[in-house]
Design a protein around this ligand. Sequence first.
Ligand code: PHE
Ligand code: NA
Length: 454
Amino acid sequence: MTTTNDAPKTLWLGRWGFVLAATGSAVGLGNIWKFPYITGEFGGGAFVLVYLACILAVGVPIMMAEISFGRRGRGSPIDAIRRVVQESGGGGFWSLFGWMAMLCGFMILTFYVVVAGWSFSYLWKMLSGGLVGSSVDDMAAIFGANNANPFNLGAWSTLVTVLTMLIVGKGVQAGIERSVSWMMPGMVVMLAILIGYGVYSGGFGEAFAFLFSFNTAGLSSEGLLAALGHAFFTLSLASGAILTYGAYLPKGHSIARTTFSVAIADTVVALMAGLAIFPIIFANGMSPGSGPGLIFMSLPLAFQAMPFGTLFGVLFFLMLSMAALTSSISMIEATVAWLTDNKGVSRKQASWGVGILLWVVSTLAMLSFNVGADWTLGGRNFFDWLDYLTSRWMMPLGGLGMALMAGFLLRNELFKEELGLSNAQHALWLFMVRYVSPLGIVLIFVDALGLASL
Ligand code: PHE
Ligand code: NA
């Protein structure tokens, strides 16, 4: 056990490799596409506050646990959890959380490639001058037309699927993750330019108040659950991504420091995205609750109006597409690692196999925006169900499992070794994973299921 523990199969490139990879996984469409639109749907301030609290009290402690699981168990979530639990004398039941994480990563990817396809198609529209229009209605019409033809939309999601599986199949993720070192600062600059535009052209004050007036009317139970789920989604937790990347992390790197830098970068990008997008929404009289098309229907208006707008727009959608890819490759690494470790297949074979299944399911998700729009169940189409099940239920439940394993089931020395914190810091972390994170998750579940009124 100890010898394999010290010899990961793949090492990240250089000292910053893991930080870049984990940041690349975390920062993605979740920050720039999803955070603004669900914040808009759930009414702003109170949602943002709960989301930030969940990042700190639930996301950060659980991320530290997940990376420890990965590095200790050196494998896919299923294998790593089994090994780590065994080391402490626990039973096979807990591997279920590994299975659920792996399935969750796959399910997220099936709708993520559709959204990434939007980003790629908007990059193309920017380059080819296809984004002209002077009103929100014009932009809504362009977004709608892009979705209406399943062959057009399907071509873009297929492109993302192929790129993702090609990168993972060749095992060149580390090279791709390097792009994070220019893409992340680039994205921050682009968002700053958009924020500057909002300050100059109006709507910034309203946007700021919308996002940060924390004491506005209460948040619905659904909003609470969404904020919790989004904390997991945005940090790539409970979906195999961070755990599997942790399996490639050499000993001696500080897990706590990495966790904090990833969480801070992720939060900064999300809040900046909110401050960049909402001024445009308010200045153009668009509704914050316009749904998944929110950024695609608002940002192009700003790029058209500002100096060098086409250049900035191209750069923005280029970086957004790259950010989506550095996230998508992390979602499927767990499954590919599990197949290669357990089923005697090569990385390339595993990727093609998973890729075909992914293509089928993601095509069904893509159809939710055109021919399959009416294929609904309980008011949700297939795309909505994939998002709803993963973010609202599977990830928080998986996180609860992680926290309970780390807090109660496993030998504490194991985490002392992996985390290498001072006694006081360790006690604080343990208190968080034992009580604060699980209790937070359980309370929000109880509330969402309406059990509180029983
Ligand atoms: N964290 C990514 C984002 O914000 C999404 C993601 C979820 C990546 C789960 C990996 C695993 O876009
Ligand atoms: Na994120």
